[in-house]
Design a binder for this molecule. Structure first.
Ligand code: PYC
Length: 310
């Protein structure tokens, strides 16, 4: 199986070019549901140790059903498929450019949650125009074990997020473990309190905000991903959810640039335009770099060929 690895603002993406499972026909959402229901071994084997690690997001290339799209893509971790993934979309754009499959300019990718557009600005820089994002609920308070009440907004950016404005723990590299523990507890508290996304969807990403270190940036974040890893990048879908909240609060005008910093100090330039459904159409600009072009080998005799799952 040939894969190309990249990182976007520090967050890794593994694009699967061939050798993935046959997902049959149907919409991208149907094929993504099939990947999750029938091929989790494949997902875990690609992204987990010993071939990978829990922060890697896989990107399986599939034929698009919309002929205007240059590719169809299903993002996944070891547990599930992701509706959309901002950093991996930037990584995919840079990977396809590295392979000579796309040139600078506008391109469309079909994802399970809709068509997204990218502008490949140069070999490493991509702007993603994401699907319409919106805030579902403002100022939801939950009681978090050992912490007390925590208040945040519930918003959609291609994945479901709970966004907490003022992190009670400083957003620094040495605090990754306590930040991870805190966000896992917040996620459990949301589950216990029955706080969900639309139609009962699991809120699988938790995002904390605090002051930026870079004087050019307006905010720093820490994002817990579904599998328990933290996002090294400022999280494209998390930035989209945040833009929806800023717009709903009247705190950022359409077209105005905002610099979002991640917990490792990498940045995305983000902005939005009003969406047709009352939400926002986010634009996320960041940089990715290809790190390897690899053949993964799955030896039937290898007891850990499907990944180490504890
Ligand atoms: O960039 O949207 C994102 C993302 C989601 C999970 C990890 N990165």
């Amino acid at each position: 199986m040939r894969v190309i690895d990249s990182h976007t603002a520090g967050e890794p993406t593994r694009v699967v070019l061939d050798g993935g499972p046959d997902l049959g026909s149907g919409t991208l959402a149907e094929r993504a549901a099939r990947l999750e229901a029938e091929h989790l071994d494949f997902c875990a084997s690609v992204v987990l140790e010993p071939r990978g690690h829990d922060a890697i997001i896989g990107a399986l290339l599939v034929p698009p059903s919309d002929p205007a799209c240059v590719a169809g893509v299903i993002y996944f971790n070891n547990l599930q498929n992701l509706g959309m993934c901002g950093h991996a979309t930037i990584g995919l754009g840079v990977t396809l450019a590295h392979l000579g499959r796309i040139r600078p300019g506008r391109h469309r990718f079909e994802t399970p949650v809709g068509v997204v557009e990218i502008d490949l600005i140069d070999a490493n820089t991509v702007s993603v125009v994401n699907i319409e994002s919106y805030r579902l609920a403002k100022d939801v308070t939950v009681e978090v074990e050992g912490v007390g009440p925590v208040t945040g907004d519930v918003a959609w950016g291609g994945n479901w997020f709970f966004l907490v404005k003022n992190s009670p723990i400083a957003l620094t590299g040495e605090n990754i473990r306590p930040l991870t523990d805190l966000t896992l507890k917040i996620r459990s508290a949301l589950e216990k309190a029955g706080v969900t996304g639309k139609d009962g969807a699991w809120i699988d990403h938790i995002e904390l905000f605090g002051p930026a270190e870079d004087p050019a940036a307006q905010s720093r974040n820490f994002v817990l991903c579904p599998g328990g890893a933290y996002d090294r990048s400022p999280c494209g879908t998390g930035c989209s959810a945040k833009l929806a909240c800023l717009a709903a609060d009247g705190a950022l005008a359409p077209g105005q640039d905002y610099l979002q910093e991640s917990v490792i100090g990498s940045t995305y330039k983000i902005s939005y335009q009003p969406g047709p459904g009352g939400g926002v159409i986010p634009t996320i600009t960041g940089q990715a770099f290809v790190t390897s072009d690899t053949t993964l080998i799955f030896d039937p005799a290898d007891p850990y060929r499907s990944g180490i799952r504890l």
